[in-house]
Design a protein around this ligand. Structure first.
Ligand code: NZQ
Ligand code: ZN
Length: 385
């Protein structure tokens, strides 16, 4: 096992009817800015419930944070926090709202151009104002981690930053708040969480026995509850399990002490930045092809994945690997997520643009062995045509 430090200070309040807990989680004298997305939190009543729970505290709102939160969109929120002397942020939404809130929290205390935070991937963040979250979409794990991904449209750049200063202080995970999600977002959430686990698990053996078993358990849970959640039959336990598995998929626990890949995410971010494809869909395009191209480097773990996650025991080693990769792609397709670039009307021209953006963003040595060069990224994308 590799050496590691593990730190996760986010308090999780999990269960139905837990939004009311905001009354004691947010400091009584706080001046609060509630950040939210387009319209879902307003329409389904979550925003009103949040405001009611916050009672007589000074409250302001900042709505309109879009999927793949825009840097340009968030700049006025930073102004508002400074101008109105806000000292606590509350994100109400999915990964985009939470990620946007993380940037605001860090940027308010940052001396200089906030874009520098993204360019330095958060290494220059020394302070942030405190915030909590009310999660409405299980997918990214942002509710329990220290990462955020921000898009700057004018540059077609989608960059991530990480800082221990931007762990949420608390996150309220009320599974009933996910009942208004459309199938597309449920499917996206299942696929995103699945790939988060895969990127921390499907690398090379590192004797992380408990990390492997946790990861395999999370993958099997996603395979079990994903289709149920999508069937839209209202079932609290399905929603609860999906919400918890997505948080555990990217809260640092399964990745501690083991190698990590993240190439699928880095290539996927370029696809979203250039073509606006939903985050999870980009992962479903890239991952099966990446596994094929990297199968030699990932051979031992692919065999373990085949046997323990998909129960594939027939055939020789290569056949079992083929079948595991096929099952992975089929899992996404069964969720209703297309896995080929051509399904999104993209061809060879797009591949050259994606590779150029990878180069511009320094993504020239990806993967757990840092051996995914631009040429290999191109091969991966060609395999996904
Ligand atoms: O904007 P509204 O109207 O609220 O609608 C949202 C949005 O259109 C809707 N939605 C959310 N909760 C809902 C709901 N609709 C009905 N009922 C509800 N309860 O869902 C749409 C998508 O929301 P979004 O927040 O964009 O989705 P998601 O949670 O999948 O977040 C995706 C973003 O997170 C980043 C992605 O790159 C992407 O920008 N990621 C963040 C990570 C992190 N911080 O650790 C890791 C991930 O790998 C990922 O990169
Ligand atoms: Zn993701």
């Amino acid at each position: 096992m590799l050496n590691f430090e593990f730190y996760n200070p986010t308090k999780i309040i999990f269960g139905a009817e837990t939004v009311a807990r905001l009354a004691d989680l947010v400091p009584a004298k706080a001046r609060v800015l509630i950040l939210y997305g387009g319209s879902s939190a307003k329409k389904n009543g979550t925003l009103d419930e949040v405001k009611a729970a916050l009672g007589t505290r000074v409250l302001q709102e900042f709505g309109g944070i879009e999927p793949n939160p825009g840097y340009e969109t968030l700049m006025p929120a930073i102004e508002q926090v400074r101008r109105e002397k806000i000292d606590f942020l509350l994100a109400v939404g999915g990964g985009s709202v939470i990620d946007g809130t993380k940037l605001v929290a860090a940027a308010v205390k940052f001396d200089g151009d906030p874009w520098e935070i993204l360019l330095k991937h958060g290494k220059n963040v020394n302070e942030a104002i405190p915030f909590g979250t009310v999660l409405t979409l299980p997918a990214t794990g942002s509710e329990m981690n220290s990462g955020a991904v921000i898009t700057r449209k004018e540059m077609q750049a989608k960059l991530a930053f990480l800082s221990p200063r931007v762990f949420p202080q608390f996150s309220i995970l009320d599974p009933t708040k996910t009942s208004t999600l459309p199938p597309r977002q449920i499917a996206n959430g299942v696929a995103d969480a699945f790939v988060h686990v895969v990127e921390q698990y499907l690398t090379y053996p590192a004797q992380g026995l408990v990390q492997d078993r946790f990861a395999e358990g999370l993958l099997q849970t996603l395979i079990e509850v994903g289709p149920k959640a999508l069937s839209m039959v209202e079932d609290y336990d399905t929603r609860a399990n999906l919400m918890w598995v997505a948080a555990l998929a990217l809260n640092g626990l399964i990745g501690a002490g083991v190698p990590q890949d993240w190439a699928t995410h880095m290539i996927g971010h370029e696809l979203t930045a250039l073509y606006g494809i939903d985050h999870a869909r980009t992962l479903a395009i890239v991952l099966p092809s990446l596994l094929k191209v990297q199968r030699g480097h990932k051979r031992a773990k692919l065999l373990q994945y085949a046997e323990r996650v998909w129960q594939i025991k027939q055939g020789d080693a290569d056949q079992r690997i083929d079948e595991a990769i096929r099952c992975t792609g089929q899992f996404f397709e069964d969720l209703g997520i297309k896995t080929r670039l051509s399904d999104y009307e993209l061809g060879r021209d797009a591949i050259e643009k994606i590779v150029a953006q990878l180069e511009a963003h320094g993504m020239t040595a990806l993967g757990e062995h840092r051996n995914i060069s631009l040429d290999i990224s191109r091969t991966i994308l060609e395999g996904a045509l």
